[in-house]
Design a protein around this ligand. Structure first.
Ligand SMILES: Nc1ncnc2c1ncn2[C@@H]1O[C@H](COP(=O)(O)OP(=O)(O)OP(=O)(O)O)[C@@H](O)[C@H]1O
Ligand SMILES: [Mg+2]
Length: 241
């Protein structure tokens, strides 16, 4: 059998005395969509930040295509093919939508003409062509989230980490983003998605990993995880015993 695409092995990340992520392990196969869920403060974004190199783990290892990437900086991981969006979207507000994506495209295409061509192709895919020449700051939340995905795609990732790209969108916008995610997967991109909206997670994930207070409390098919008593309890907000 081929090696897992991504292996997260007993990863811990602490802030002061707080275990934001504690001994979390899971694996992803190429082409999978894994949903990462859990209540507020469960450690989802922190785990993203560790996988994408924004934080080094205190302990544990992350292997990407069998290469130990633990603690490597984000720009190196981006070059290896790991792209991510930010939960709090941060475009260069004074630049246009196109310029934002061109800047990201320079990493792969140092020539301006090629970077621009690439950026247009991405905007086509993410449905932002009509907004290409407006200032990023004038986009709606849905537009800003699409721009965030566009910037991540400009780096041509093979592993894409999406942090709450659907939260806050209306149902029509949410459906369009779900379609986009599924089309990215059909292009061969492996996707780890954090999302609070259960409809999204249930519809698109092959498997779901559940965090609570930094620890993995469940993993399985969306259907099994939704029935898991510990998961239900975590979502009902009961204090741990
Ligand atoms: N830079 C930081 N410094 C100190 N504590 C932090 C830092 N980042 C996160 N934390 C803490 O770590 C824990 C996990 O936070 P994290 O943002 O990873 O949760 P989350 O699951 O993404 O939550 P949400 O659903 O609200 O986005 C929280 O208790 C949070 O307050
Ligand atoms: Mg978060």
């Amino acid at each position: 059998m081929s090696e897992p695409f991504l292996q997260v092995n007993a990863v811990t990340k602490t802030f002061g005395g707080l275990h934001a992520v504690f001994q979390v392990s899971f694996q992803m196969n190429a082409g999978e969509i894994i949903g990462l869920i859990g209540p507020n403060g469960a450690g989802k974004t922190t785990l993203f930040n560790v996988i994408s190199g924004f934080y080094a783990p205190n302990s544990g290892k992350i292997l990407f295509k069998n290469l130990d990437i633990s603690g490597k900086p984000p720009y190196k991981l981006a070059r290896l093919g790991i792209g991510r969006t930010f939960q709090v979207v941060k475009p260069f507000a004074g630049l246009t939508v196109l310029e934002n994506v061109v800047i990201a495209s320079f990493v792969k295409y140092p020539q301006r003409r090629k970077a621009e061509k690439h950026a247009w192709q991405i905007l086509e895919m993410t449905g932002l062509v009509d907004r290409a020449n407006v200032q990023a700051s004038s986009l709606t939340l849905a537009g800003r989230k699409r721009l965030e995905v566009s910037k991540a795609l400009a780096l041509e990732p093979t592993l894409l980490l999406l942090d709450e790209v659907v939260a806050g969108l209306n149902p029509t916008e949410a459906d369009r983003t779900i379609e986009l995610i599924l089309s990215l997967r059909s292009q061969g991109i492996t996707i780890l998605i954090v999302e609070h909206i259960m409809r999204v997670i249930m519809n698109i994930s092959d498997r779901v990993v559940v965090l609570n207070f930094g620890q993995k409390i469940a993993e399985g098919s969306p259907r099994d995880v939704a029935k898991n008593p510990e998961v239900i309890q975590a979502y009902l907000g009961e204090a741990p015993q």
